[in-house]
Design a protein around this ligand. Structure first.
Ligand SMILES: [Zn+2]
Length: 299
């Protein structure tokens, strides 16, 4: 943000600024992909969540639309035209034109589990999975269409691949919740969205990787709470793996030696795509990001 003079909140709200800031991951650091959706709130803002878009030291945050899972919720008909969706769609188009011949242009959508947290509130949504699972399944079917429509629109604007964030994370729910509410839905998303999908779930996912690998998604973006070798073993032969590099130990506090050691370990156990485990901390040193990209190319 400092190097190019474009910061949050503008970078979430103006497509040219969003595209220029996203391009820096390639132009400043040498990563071979660019990704302009810096927050988890884009489509949720378009669904009616009130969002505070943060600033250069603070990630965005938002508020739910409904207070009860039983509240009637309707997807706004033109949600793709709302700024929350329209801005990143335009930014993807600009990035495709500007750097799309050199690097992968990656978009991002959220699945119906994360959208459920946003629309109904995390606590209300999770309690309802126990008290009113049928209603949860009903709203997830509704929200699934948001994920598919936003994904198709991003592909149309030039996205080569999409991150699918769906935070069915161990701190909040059991592996059975993944199996019973999400496995089928992620399988359907993989079937309906015509580009490679990178599923992202934070935290320790070792107890649900056996279900994730059956969904057919091309890649899983994993957290450093799963040791890389363990992730490789649990993912089997067909599921590609990305990430696993600790944001705290390596991205934020790494030294040239510890960064090189981490990347070498990831490559040795067969991690397919080098990168941080989750959203890069806003105070991460630029030199560390560049060293990660360099090590990925050199090793
Ligand atoms: Zn994450």
């Amino acid at each position: 943000m400092d190097r190019v003079g474009i910061a949050f909140p503008d970078a979430h709200l103006d497509p040219e600024k969003m595209a220029r800031l996203a391009a820096t991951s390639h132009t400043e650091f040498g990563f071979d992909n660019v990704m302009p959706l810096f927050s988890v709130w884009h489509e949720s803002a378009a669904l009616g969540c009130r969002v505070d878009w943060g600033d250069s030291g603070r990630m965005p945050d938002g508020q739910s639309v409904c207070s009860s899972i039983d509240d009637p919720f309707r997807i706004p008909r033109d949600f793709l035209k709302e700024p929350g969706c329209a801005v990143p769609l335009k930014a993807l188009q600009l990035l495709k034109k500007e750097v799309g011949s050199e690097v992968a242009v990656v978009g991002k959508v959220f699945g119906p589990w994360t959208l459920g947290y946003h629309v109904f509130g995390v606590e209300e949504f999770l309690i309802s999975t126990l008290l009113n699972p049928d209603r949860v399944k009903q709203v997830m079917r509704q929200l699934l269409e948001v994920t598919v429509a936003f994904a198709e629109a991003q592909i149309e604007q030039g996205a080569d691949a999409l991150t699918l964030g769906d935070h069915c994370t161990r701190d909040l729910c059991s592996p059975n919740a993944y199996r019973d509410f999400l496995a089928e839905i992620h399988q359907e998303l993989h079937e309906r969205i015509p580009c490679p999908l990178i599923l992202h779930i934070c935290g320790d996912t070792s107890d649900r990787l056996k279900y994730i690998r059956e969904t057919g998604v091309e890649c899983f973006h994993f957290d450093s709470k799963v040791p890389a070798a363990e992730a490789r073993r649990l993912a089997g032969d067909n599921l590609a793996l990305m990430g696993g590099t600790s944001n705290i130990d390596v991205v934020l506090n790494g030294t040239p030696e510890s960064i090189e050691r981490d990347i070498a370990e990831k490559l040795k156990v067969g991690i397919d795509i080098i990168g941080p485990e989750c959203a890069v901390p806003l105070d991460a040193p630029c030199e560390n990001l560049k060293m990660i990209a360099d090590a990925g190319k050199r090793l």
